[in-house]
Design a protein around this ligand. Structure first.
Ligand SMILES: *Cc1c(COP(=O)(O)O)cnc(C)c1O
Length: 393
């Protein structure tokens, strides 16, 4: 008999009932150190007092009015994002998938309005993840996500991640945009080297192609810059954001330059919930905290500590781990053992991690994790690795 919840997820047998900072409490009272943060969502930890206060104040005033009217919190968040990024304009969504939908529509409308309606093709890369909508799965293109869901939305050219020659060969006057994650998340914490991101920007400039960056997972301070592309010193034309921006409240956004967004006039796109007062009240507070250079400096300092400890962990368990990779507090342990065994062994030690493709264990702690919790987390991972090694011996 089908369960009352559609069985599309394989869940761990854990039920969390409360959280505080980087800690979660299970229904049976056990406490877990959370290095998953709801898949890079709880950027400021659980039950962050500043976010609870922002949400509660808005909840007492007004929950929802729709985009038929002005929403002050939405305006405040849009102004902050425009002030601190490449973007001139922002559209709010409820998720990363919806941000992908708009990014695709915006790129196509841009060329339609420029008198090149046949210029619809978008280049994407293997190992990418852009959400689970029809456009999102067509964009990523992997068999795992698309099989059985055809006919797929046409107009995506899938290239091998890192295949520069294929990229050059694929460029034509049919290409509307290139869509890429500066650091692949679901694909296994695979950073695009800065030189490649710069190269993509140059290629786009040469051919007038729009550069769409998917920073749903790597954005909002995760890599130690507000947005990951800042490390490469380049800017996109369109950027997808979600996950961390809501700090745990469902919120996403598409940021764009005035030029890239020029086709999106009144009536061309919309969302009932997108930019809702509750979401934006929380998002504005997240932005205020994470957008502070002093906060980002702390992310970088902590990332340095965590990375160093993880290098030690890998060196201590060469049978279990192969390497540390990633950027900032978006870290991955490339495994020799089976990654899901490492995650399960972590559960037994009271530490939560997230598996990713390419046999990687993802570590995506709250950006404000304490130094003491970083040290404890690595101790727990060390114990977990010892158990995995024993089990495999
Ligand atoms: C999670 C994710 C998405 C999809 O976001 P949802 O909020 O799950 O719809 C898109 N792109 C990337 C890079 C992601 O990590």
């Amino acid at each position: 008999m089908i369960p009352s919840i559609l069985p599309t997820y394989s869940r761990a047998p854990l039920t969390f009932v409360s959280g505080e900072g980087s800690w979660l409490t299970e229904a049976d009272g056990r406490r877990f150190l959370d290095l998953g943060a709801g898949i890079a969502v709880n950027a400021l930890g659980h039950a962050n007092p500043a976010l609870v206060a922002a949400l509660t104040a808005q909840a007492q005033a007004l929950w929802h009015v729709s985009n038929l009217y002005n929403i002050p919190a939405q305006q405040q968040l849009a102004d902050a994002l425009v002030a601190q990024t490449f973007a001139d304009t922002v559209f709010f969504t409820n998720s990363g998938t919806e941000a992908c939908e708009l990014a695709v529509k915006m790129a196509r409308k841009y060329w339609y309005d420029k008198g090149q309606p046949e210029r619809t093709e978008i280049i994407t890369f293997s190992g990418s993840f852009h959400g689970r909508s029809s456009a999102g799965i067509a964009a990523a293109g992997s068999e795992k996500m698309t099989k059985g869901f055809g006919p797929l939305l046409p107009g995506f050219t899938h290239l091998e991640f890192g295949d520069h020659d294929a990229l050059k060969a694929a460029v034509s006057d049919k290409i509307a945009a290139i869509m890429v994650e500066p650091v692949q998340g679901e694909g296994g914490i695979r950073p695009l080297p800065d030189v490649c991101l710069k190269g993509l920007r140059d290629l786009c400039d040469q051919h007038g192609i729009l550069l769409i960056l998917d920073e749903v997972q790597c954005g909002m301070g995760r890599t130690g810059k507000l947005f990951a592309h800042e490390w490469a010193g380049i800017a996109p034309d369109i950027m997808m954001v979600a996950k961390g921006i809501g700090g745990g409240f469902p919120l996403g956004a598409v940021l764009a330059t005035e030029n890239a967004a020029s086709g999106m006039t009144a009536g061309t796109h919309g969302s009932t919930y997108g930019g809702n007062p509750l979401a934006c009240a929380v998002g504005a507070k997240v932005m205020e905290i994470v957008g502070d250079p002093a906060f980002l400096a702390e992310v970088n300092r902590k990332a340095g500590i965590m990375r160093q400890k993880l290098e030690g962990l890998v060196a201590a368990h060469p049978d279990v781990f192969e390497a540390v990779r990633g950027s900032g507090l978006m870290l991955g342990l490339k495994c020799k053992a089976v990654n899901s065994d490492v995650v399960a062994a972590g559960f037994a030690q009271g530490v939560l991690t997230v598996p990713a493709a390419d046999n990687v264990v993802r570590l995506l702690p709250a950006l404000n994790i304490t130094d003491a919790d970083i040290a404890l987390a690595v101790e727990k991972l060390d114990a977990a690795a010892s158990h995995v090694k024993e089990a495999n011996a």
